[in-house]
Ligand binder design. Structure first.
Ligand code: SAH
Length: 215
């Protein structure tokens, strides 16, 4: 299957209709990712198909939880996942991506420029350190994917949620077990489980568990 079709059909499986512009943007993102990966560590994946499924489509899997005109903080975004794919398909989502690695943020700023994205801001820094340009208690959604263990991602995300905010913790196949082990910690952080979503990625059927927590 060609890459454009893979993006289109994979997104459809997630209930998302991609425009031709969206698809072209993902192809540019893919090319840039491969070029920059030769110099800096951005992804372990080499094959185009794997990048599309495990990075782009997995990132888009959280779109269904987001309301239009909302603010999203992606902590430990790496090469932009899931924040940048969300900003590509959701012009009404105002995305901030944060990573402690300056080189990764420079890569993302290059993507923002190349794709003329106006709804995403990239910040270098550690989530546990107070940043002037990153207000606490101000985001509708805080998301993490593959950043740290479950407890640590909850601790990092929690301070940034607004009153009615939702934390989206993207986990792999052990997600439900990890969550079960966290009941005390969830209570201590004054959070509660809003939703548990277990699903398979398009094409390779890898199991994913997304957990939504609220204050
Ligand atoms: N979310 C991306 C990247 C995962 S790798 C993806 O799913 O592909 C984890 C990233 O988190 C690394 O780029 C690392 O620099 C960043 N990171 C780890 N701890 C962090 C912290 N406390 N604050 C900000 N970034 C952090």
């Amino acid at each position: 299957m060609n890459l454009e079709r893979m993006l289109k059909e994979g997104a459809e499986e997630l209930g998302i209709k991609l425009s031709t512009k969206n698809i072209n943007n993902f192809i540019i993102y893919l090319e840039e990712l491969k070029i920059w990966s030769k110099k800096i560590n951005l992804t372990g994946l080499k094959k185009d198909e794997d990048i599309i499924t495990n990075h782009f489509l997995d990132s888009l899997s959280i779109l269904k939880y987001l309301k239009e005109d909302s603010t999203l903080l992606d902590i430990g975004t790496g090469a932009g996942f899931p924040g940048v794919p969300i900003s590509i398909v959701c012009p009404g989502c105002f995305v901030t991506v944060l990573d402690s690695a300056q080189k990764k943020i420079l890569f993302i700023r290059n993507i923002i420029r190349r794709l003329s994205l106006r709804n995403v801001k990239a910040i270098t820094g550690r989530a546990e350190v107070e940043q002037n340009n990153l207000k606490r208690k101000s985001f509708d959604y805080v998301v993490t994917r593959a950043v740290s263990d479950f407890y640590n991602v909850m601790k990092l995300s929690s301070p940034y949620l607004n009153e009615d905010g939702r934390m989206i913790v993207m986990r792999g196949e052990k997600g439900e077990l990890e969550l079960e082990a966290m009941s005390k910690e969830i209570e201590n952080l004054e959070l509660s489980v809003d939703k548990i979503d277990v699903f398979n990625l398009p094409f390779n059927e890898s199991k994913r568990v997304s957990i939504i927590l609220k204050k």
